[in-house]
Ligand binder design. Sequence first.
Ligand code: G4F
Length: 321
Amino acid sequence: MKKALITGISGQDGSYLAEYLLDLGYEVHGIIRRSSVAENQDSRIAHLNDKIYTYYGDMLDTASLTSIMLKVQPDEIYNLAAMSHVRISFDIPSFTIQTNGLAVLNLLEVYRLFAPNAKFYQASSSEMFGNSVDDDGIQRLTTPMTPVSPYGCAKLLAFNLVRHYRHAYGLHACNGILFNHESPRRGSNFVTNKVVKAAVEIKKGLRDKLELGNLDSYRDWGHSKDYVRAMHKIINHDVADEWIVSTGETWSVRDLVEYVFSKLDMDWKDYVVQNPKFMRPEELKYLKGDSQRSRDTLGWEPEYTFHSMLDEMIENWMNKL
Ligand code: G4F
């Protein structure tokens, strides 16, 4: 039985990955960060409580990472822990750089010293590209990385560290550059779930408007469930490398809003207002990823479309509210 250690197991991706690995017969271990609201610590993984092993730890506490690594002795390490909100990274830039960048160095050191035979997966992000895009309107591995947020800068540091540790120490350490990915488990301060939740609340008469920031940015949105399958394929490929995971389709925030409101038989223009509070000091305007190599070499394909993913999120809030 293979052992996996997941940092960030209580997040959207961590919870889906834990389910996926359990189905494959893995023994799943995960690190949970302490929160003052106990329910927030494990709301996404409570249903797995008797199937997984969890430990309190923190990416900023190297001693906790060391003791967990020594105890678990994992075959596969998935580093999904991060301060994952791009706009908030402008408010807490130093914390973001420490957690998403420097802490990855600490984790790599703990991995190198105490579990060097394990395989390592780093959750790298399309936010690393910033506003770089090739002439054909696509981001690929050769596209320059010029991040436009503290979050993107920290992720780029971690990306380079992972590559460096692979080359310098011969470790099986790989990067998955994942474009945006969503699901009913997405935090409701990310734009997809914020829009879906508010639209359903409006439909049910629980509120009357939705405040958003920039409607003109474009994202390549996939489903988290599809993307955790890609993580497993990436870490288990013979050669550790860098991989892009994306749908290859791009939609604007306006398209997203239009679709969700029209699905609920409403005209979004009657309800959506812009609030500068939700704008970013610097915006990443456009994402569309080329994942052809991942599809051809890893045999990965997404199952959800942008619309089927949103339909699932709408259904979730319709049932919940
Ligand atoms: O949903 P978002 O906050 O996601 P963002 O910034 O693209 O980051 C996500 O994807 C990255 C991969 O590229 C991940 F690395 C990262 O961890 C995260 O998962 O915003 C999407 C777009 C942005 O252009 C934003 O400006 O939606 C725009 N937007 C417009 N109004 C808004 C809002 N975003 C949020 N969160 N809230 C708004 O009210």
